[in-house]
Design a protein around this ligand. Structure first.
Ligand SMILES: Cc1cc2nc3c(=O)[nH]c(=O)nc-3n(C[C@H](O)[C@H](O)[C@H](O)COP(=O)(O)O)c2cc1C
Length: 396
């Protein structure tokens, strides 16, 4: 990504601050240290103050049009990605308080698991925590390989939960999903099956739009994103998100944005959302400018920086990019996130769940390694607060 030159000014600024996962059998990443090693409606927006430098985008920066997903207008066209084990209600709420994400997404929900829990226990997956009541727009992502099962769950989400978008996962590379359940990116091998699934889910969810999220292909030798994109559009999906890696790549190497851009001329009706490695507001602006996408999606970089969407929104408007909040404000944000999670899961489970988020918040800050070492061991609320108090990176 080409970085824009920075213009530095000193000025007071206003930041967005204000204010809720039993785990699913399929937890993709539970090791906080592993996560830390990875490369990297405007309700109640969080108000914070800071006097650190502001970066301004150059005047030629385009302001991309809002993204149209069926009847839904996504503005700004910057989406918060679904991430299993991470994008639960608490995380979405923290992002929402800063603002800037035009559409937020849940973790992926297994359709078979939903149907089984509904029938056997009259309950729904924990991954739907918050979904009934939280602000819209909101996308729920589902995965499976059975068209009828996916349609049945899509129908419930669209008409009972009244979500804004039902997204189908065709990109997950994890063995439990691909080899064991022949779902996620496994389905990229059989575009006709993907078409059948999308057609059934679209019919069941109508008028709620259905979208698809894919990778470039299963392997570098079997890149078929253009063919798949055409199938997705013909089957009636309302948007396509492409993560610019193959399933074989997992998270290795760099996302191939040239390959994402190649898909655009092959879509006649639906918007293309690019995803992969966007880690700054400048990178978001650059992605729109260089690759002609209609929208972008951010995942990992916003885990410990939930204000990134707000920064991206400012950049896309050609406004000065607010600096990251001060480390003290980031510390407060982490504690606030902790309270939301602990209120839902209780002290023991909530504290354990928060270890991985705590590591994300510290990533790339001075002293992160020491903080992570301590945060990875906390098991009570007092321990969590003490470790954050003593070891979370400080401004001095
Ligand atoms: C921990 C983790 C969990 C993820 N879970 C999902 C998921 O449930 N559904 C999905 O479509 N993608 C999932 N992804 C992929 C992201 O949505 C995104 O496509 C990928 O991380 C690339 O974007 P990034 O470079 O901005 O992180 C996950 C990624 C990570 C790191």
């Amino acid at each position: 990504m080409v970085k824009f030159p920075s213009l530095f000014t000193r000025a007071p600024l206003v930041w967005g601050f204000a204010s809720s996962a039993t785990s699913h059998p399929l937890e993709i990443v539970t090791d906080p240290l592993a996560l830390a090693r990875w490369p990297q409606w405007h309700h109640n927006e969080r108000i914070m103050s800071a006097t650190t430098p502001i970066t301004a985008c150059p005047p030629e920066v385009p302001s991309p049009a809002p993204l149209r997903i069926g009847p839904l207008l996504v503005d700004p066209p910057v989406l918060q990605a679904p991430m299993a084990g991470f994008t639960n209600y608490a995380y979405r709420q923290v992002v929402r308080e800063y603002g800037g994400a035009g559409l937020q997404a849940t973790e992926m929900v297994n359709a078979r698991g939903f149907v089984w829990m509904d029938r056997e226990k009259a309950e729904h997956p924990d991954r739907l925590w918050g979904v009934r009541d939280e602000p819209r727009p909101l996308a729920v992502q589902i995965w499976d390989n059975d068209p009828a099962m996916l349609a049945a769950v899509g129908e419930r989400l669209a008409h009972e939960y009244k979500v804004s978008v039902v997204d189908i996962n065709f990109g997950c590379p994890v063995k439990q999903v691909t080899e064991k359940a022949q779902s996620g990116s496994y389905l990229l091998k059989t575009p006709e099956r993907m078409g059948q699934i999308i057609e059934r889910v679209v019919a069941a969810c109508d008028p709620v739009p259905v979208t698809a999220k894919i990778r470039l292909g299963c392997t570098r030798d079997a890149i078929n994103a253009i063919e798949v994109a055409q199938v997705v559009e013909s089957a009636g999906a309302a948007a396509l998100t492409v993560h610019g890696r193959t399933a074989q790549d997992f998270f290795r190497g760099q996302a191939d944005w040239d390959r994402i851009a190649e898909i655009k001329p092959h879509l006649k009706r639906i918007p293309l959302i690019g995803n992969g490695d966007l880690d700054s507001a400048e990178a978001v602006v650059d992605a729109f400018r260089r690759y002609g996408v209609d929208g972008v999606m951010i995942a990992r970089a916003a885990l410990g920086r939930p204000w990134l969407f707000h920064q991206a929104r400012c950049a896309l408007r050609g406004e000065p990019i607010p600096p990251d909040p001060t480390l003290e404000e980031q510390r407060q944000c982490l504690l606030h996130h902790y309270e939301l999670v602990a209120a839902r899961f209780g002290e023991a489970k909530g504290t354990q769940l928060m270890r991985k988020y705590a590591c994300c918040y510290a990533q790339g800050r001075p002293g992160a390694r020491v903080f992570r070492t301590h945060a990875a061991k906390v098991s009570t609320a007092d321990e969590f607060r003490e470790v954050v108090e003593r070891y979370f990176p400080r401004d001095d």
